[in-house]
Structures are given as C-alpha cells and as structure tokens.
Design a protein around this ligand. Structure first.
Ligand SMILES: C[S@@+](CC[C@H](N)C(=O)[O-])C[C@H]1O[C@@H](n2cnc3c(N)ncnc32)[C@H](O)[C@@H]1O
Length: 274
C-alpha cells in the first residue's frame, strides 16, 4: 500500500497508509498499530474501504480530504473541499501571537480559513477575546462547523480582511494572519495544493505575492492599539521582502522567524506608540 503511494509521488507514504487504514477501520492510529503487533488483520469491508481510499490518494486527493480531519495544535479540525488545509508550519503563529497577548487581551485572525489559528488561540488562551474574518463563504462554512464542534468562543465574521472589524479600530492587542501569499503566476508543485486548495487561499494578488499580505498588514495597523503586535506568515522567499515592506509601512520592532526546518516563514512587527 505504501509502495503504491510512494510510486504516485506521495511525500509521506508510510504515514499516509497508516492513517488511511485507521480511517477505514474507524480506529485510532495507535490502536491499529497495536492490532498489527497482535497479528489482528482488518476485516474484508475495511480492506475494501481502504482500497478506495488508497486509489483516491494515488490520484493525489489530499489525505485530509479523505479522512475529513486535519490536526492543528491540540485540535482536530474538520476540512474538505472548499477550505485551505491547515499546515504544521502555521502552528508557530499561535505561539508568537499568544506570547504577545496580555491576560484578557483581544486578538483578531484575518483570513481565518478553517478557523485554525483563531480556534487554537481560543482553546489555549480562554482568557482572551478572539475574533476572526474570512472572505470565502465555503471556507467560512468550515470555520463555522469547527467552531460549533469544538464549542469554542469565537466572534466569526464573513468579509474582506481589508476592512474588517471597523468597531475595533485601535482596540486590538494582537492581529495574526496567514494570508494568501503565493506570487501570481507561480504554480504550486504538489497536486494536493495546486488542484485542491482554493486559489483564493493561495495567491497573493501580485507578482511578488505581497499585495494582499500588505493590505492585510495595513488593516492590522488600523486595528491594533499603539504597541500592538502583528504576526504574519509568509513564503520562504519573502523572509527579507515582507519585513522590508513592513518597515516602509511604519511598523517597528520588525523580526522574521524561521520554522522548525530553518526556513523563514513568519514576521512579527509592532504598531508604533502614538
Ligand atoms: C492561506 S489560507 C489560511 C487559512 C487559515 N488561516 C490557516 O492558516 O489554515 C488564506 C485564507 O484567506 C482567505 N482570504 C483570501 N483573501 C481574503 C481577504 N481579502 N479577506 C479575508 N480572507 C481572505 C482565503 O479564503 C483563505 O481561507
């Protein structure tokens, strides 16, 4: 099974095979590993279900669309067609945002997608007041579903980040965002991304991919109180250009951050004191 996935170019064939078996069997992955050690074999209907799942994965349908689930921090989010699948590298934005959030503070997630960052903050910082906005109605529906299933307190709105939350201008402690940032004209290599993540979630609206991120940053400036913190994800090729543009926008204490693989993937910046 893993061999078929590897031959199809799947990046993590063993792990995907194990997760698809667990999904087909309706059991936790650890439970399936234990069953395997004890020599237990899956019943015929599970094998048939697994065959269908592997055939779909060979076609490079994202693993998370097949299982309907994506892990993010301590949460299990529901995902599927119409919403960007949350990525492990985005998890560090939650740490950066939480570190800048005072007790009882207010945080806004611009471009929330499945609600990943906002819901993780609501779960990990129950003292905080969390709000989020999403433009795409399909993605917003997934965020709604996740908020309801997880039972977390989140002020979720539909609309453009560029003019979101007019009533919160100057009131927000932290704005966090993973906006679309892929340069227009650059096609993602992985079919899972190219063919299944919505294009509104991917492309940053200009040749350098920074038009939408900079518009989102400008909105963050209006929302933040003086000294408030912006946390924004970017592509690894934008580790110098986005910080430089933020300095030009008037942000101070602009720092870029590497992900766990050592690639520059997030910038933090402070709104100047009035
Ligand atoms: C890269 S995805 C990130 C989703 C989520 N924050 C995450 O990290 O998994 C970007 C999201 O921004 C949304 N989006 C794109 N343009 C937007 C805009 N102008 N205002 C609000 N949301 C927008 C897309 O629909 C998509 O859900």
């Amino acid at each position: 099974m893993a061999g078929r996935l590897r031959a199809a170019g799947v990046a993590s064939p063993e792990s995907d095979a194990a997760l698809l078996l667990a999904h087909a069997w309706g059991r936790a992955a650890a439970d399936v590993r234990r069953a395997d050690l004890l020599g237990e074999t899956p019943p015929e209907p599970v094998v048939e279900r697994l065959e269908g799942l592997v055939a779909a994965r060979v076609q490079r349908i994202p693993l998370q669309h097949l299982t309907g689930r994506a892990p993010f921090r301590d949460l299990e989010l529901q995902v599927g067609p119409g919403v960007f699948v949350p990525r492990p590298e985005t998890e560090m934005l939650v740490d950066l945002a939480a570190a800048g959030l005072p007790q009882g503070g207010r945080v806004v997630d611009l471009c929330t997608g499945s609600g990943a960052i906002a819901l993780a903050l609501a779960a990990e910082r129950p003292d905080a007041v969390v709000a989020a906005v999403e433009l795409d109605p399909l993605a917003r529906a997934w965020a709604d579903r996740n908020r309801a299933t997880l039972g977390l307190d989140l002020d979720l709105r539909s609309g453009a980040a560029q003019d979101a939350f007019p009533e919160l201008e100057g009131e927000v402690d932290v704005v966090v965002s993973n906006p679309p940032y892929i340069p227009v004209g650059m096609e993602p290599v992985d079919p899972e991304v190219r063919d299944h993540d919505p294009s509104v979630a991917l492309y940053g609206g200009s040749d350098d991919g920074l038009r939408i991120p900079l518009e989102v940053a400008a909105r963050a400036r209006a929302l933040l109180r003086p000294g408030g913190l912006l946390v924004m994800e970017h592509a690894d090729v934008q580790g110098a250009t986005l910080p430089a543009q933020l300095v030009r926008q008037g942000w101070v204490e602009v720092h870029d951050h590497d992900d766990l693989t050592g690639r520059p993937r997030a910038v933090t910046a402070r709104a100047p004191q009035a």
